[in-house]
Ligand binder design. Structure first.
Ligand code: CA2
Length: 152
């Protein structure tokens, strides 16, 4: 099983500011958690971060036939990007939306997620543990649905 973990703008700076909102874990901590979760579940995880919307769209398009599932934190593009929604709807790869912070407790403009209609689940407000929960959720979902393209 192969999962693509996609991160949007500024998430590479995780740990450098606003720990009260995003937690104190660094981006390096996040990468380590993703790889240890992948090892535990016996799957392969590839992480990609970009500050550019078009890059993220390219990655989603290229994921077709390669990845079984996507864990996606589009960061600020969550609240603006119909293009990311369209890319996810086009490739139809099971996708889990993840946010470090609890969006329901934040500004009105963060209450809208354009990508949510294309996602099978959302984890929000769990810090970097949300990525682990998202990977576990996809792992179970893919094994149950029999939709896994690649077994290792
Ligand atoms: O809570 C989340 O994961 C967000 O997707 C993070 C985005 C924000 O725009 C969304 O509304 C919610 C911000 C990403 C910036 O990440 C940093 C976090 C800490 C330090 C530097 C960057």
């Amino acid at each position: 099983m192969k999962l693509l973990i996609l991160n949007g703008p500024n998430l590479n700076l995780l740990g450098l500011r606003e720990p009260e909102i995003y937690g104190s874990a660094t981006y390096h901590d996040l990468l380590a958690l993703i790889q240890s979760t992948a090892q535990t579940l016996g799957l392969e995880a590839t992480v990609y971060q970009s500050n550019h919307e078009g890059d993220l769209i390219d990655q989603i398009q290229a994921a077709r036939g390669v990845y079984d599932g996507i864990v996606f934190n589009p960061a600020a593009y969550t609240h603006t990007s119909v293009a990311l929604l369209d890319a996810l709807l086009a490739v139809r790869i099971p996708t889990v939306e993840v946010h470090l912070s609890d969006l329901s407790q934040r500004e009105a403009f963060r209450q809208i997620s354009y990508i949510r209609p294309a996602c099978i689940a959302t984890f929000t407000g769990l810090g970097i543990r949300g990525y682990q929960r998202g990977m576990e959720f996809l792992w179970r979902y893919l094994l149950r649905s029999g939709d896994c393209l690649l077994y290792t």
